[in-house]
Design a protein around this ligand. Structure first.
Ligand code: FAS
Ligand code: PHB
Length: 390
């Protein structure tokens, strides 16, 4: 293998969805992934898909299982001051909804479709390096102990926050905007029925908690924990006890406990890299930006990025037009920053910031109390949560 039209670094949702979109357009592409497919699938991450993301999966013929097994949600609950407040997302967003379907399953569906299509994916590639990004890009890497060189027209950096693509751009050519938070999320996955029909975002004096799910028999929960905490520091019982403390009584009483299938701590940060293009390299998904998971935007931004990039590449190859590629960075960043704003607002409003003092805590309660009693505010929340237009 010495040449392709588009080399994609990373077989996460961004890389796999981009590969599927390009394949539909007849654009040859190769995905180079440093981990095994099993390891990629072992990571438990996002759970909520915007309609735009579902539409893209439909477009590439990978939404069959999603429509069978995904859970369409028309609302979420906000919990504060000991009460649950339902936010009718559909009512306040012109009838739109979200689908609860784990990122692991999205990735699995895309992987299986790609394998069936015969498109090339190199797993367990080491030492991936990007060269000559401004003129005639090429990748070098080692796979099965053999050194390879892959020449291409364009490179899509879909290799996440710790990838090689962003690191391949001279620091002088990028501006990295960053905000970090003094806490993380301890996530737990268990084969127990969810405590609630819809997600619960709980603001509590002891810290934030989120009740989510993967199916009617599999639940996903999160607790705000100090950034220094590790999953090993939390027994299952300690997790369940703390979760119940942070929920209003009716919901706490419905929590069914069971052994953790997975427990992990994710650090929270907001990051945006500008621009998302360097020569013939385009950054997509977490390689270009990170949002705190409070707004359920990370995976969905990866989807809108690759939608824009695939459109630009289609124009390039089909009509010889560079317009879409020229516009990619600004177009993607416009949507990214709106999602960064929303995710920051959800995080700032629902999490405990002990250093902010009691005045800030009262402001949080006032913000939430105003929100659940204002149709205008509920409209703003709903249209951002279900996803702004692509
Ligand atoms: P990914 O990180 O998913 O994929 C990048 C891929 O590139 C990986 O497979 C990696 O192995 C590969 N790679 C990295 N370096 C490479 C190299 N040098 N060469 C080749 N391949 C390389 N979002 C939510 O909406 N809700 C959540 O609850 C949530 N929880 C998260 C928890 C964690 C711990 C993390 C890290 C993220 C979480 N996210 C969440 C965000 C997450 O879902 C991302 O937005 C999503 O994975 C983005 O997909 P990709 O851009 O494809 O990046
Ligand atoms: C999840 O189910 O993993 C999930 C749901 C909503 C979020 C974050 C994570 O905001």
């Amino acid at each position: 293998m010495s040449r392709t039209q588009v080399a994609i670094v990373g077989a996460g949702p961004a890389g796999l969805l981009l590969g599927a979109l390009l394949g539909r357009a007849g654009i040859d592409n190769v995905i180079i992934e440093r981990s095994s497919a099993q390891h990629v699938l072992s990571r438990i991450r996002a759970g909520v898909l915007e309609q735009g993301t579902v539409d893209l999966l439909d477009q590439v013929g990978c939404a069959g299982r999603l429509h069978r097994e995904g859970l369409v949600h028309h609302g979420i609950d906000l919990a504060f001051d000991g009460a649950l407040h339902r936010v009718d997302l559909s009512r306040f967003s012109g009838g739109r909804s979200v689908t609860v379907y784990g990122q692991t399953e999205v990735t699995r569906d895309l992987m299986q479709a790609r394998a069936a299509s015969g498109q090339r994916t190199i797993y367990e590639a080491s030492g991936v390096a990007l060269h000559d990004l401004d003129a005639a890009p090429r990748l070098t890497f080692t796979a099965d102990g053999v050194g390879h060189e892959l020449r291409c027209d364009f490179v899509a950096g879909c290799d996440g926050y710790h990838g090689v693509s962003r690191e391949s751009v001279p620091a002088s050519a990028l501006h990295v905007f960053e905000r970090s938070y003094p806490f993380g999320w301890l996530g737990l996955l268990a084969d127990v029925p969810p405590a609630n029909d819809e997600l619960i975002y709980s603001r509590h004096p002891r810290g934030f908690a989120l009740c989510s799910m993967r199916s009617p028999s599999r639940s996903r929960y999160y607790l705000q924990v100090p950034g220094s905490d590790t999953a090993a520091a939390w027994s299952d019982d300690a997790f369940w006890d703390e979760l119940r403390r942070r929920l209003p009584e009716p919901a706490a009483d419905r929590v069914v406990t069971g052994p953790a299938l997975e427990k992990s701590v994710a650090q929270l940060r907001s990051v945006v890299v500008e621009p998302l293009r360097f020569g013939r390299l385009f950054l997509c998904g977490d390689a270009g930006h990170i949002v705190p998971p409070t707004g359920a935007k990370g995976l969905n931004l990866a989807a809108s990025d690759v939608h824009y990039l695939a459109e630009g590449l289609r124009q390039h190859y089909a009509a010889g037009s560079g317009e879409g590629l020229e516009a990619y960075s600004a177009r993607a960043l416009a949507r990214v920053w709106k999602a960064e704003r929303f995710s920051w607002w959800m995080t700032a409003t629902l999490h405990r910031f002990p250093e902010a003092g009691d005045f800030a805590e009262r402001l949080q309660i006032a913000e939430l109390d105003y929100l659940v009693h204002s149709e205008a505010a509920l409209g703003v929340l709903a249209e951002n949560y279900v996803g702004l237009p692509f």
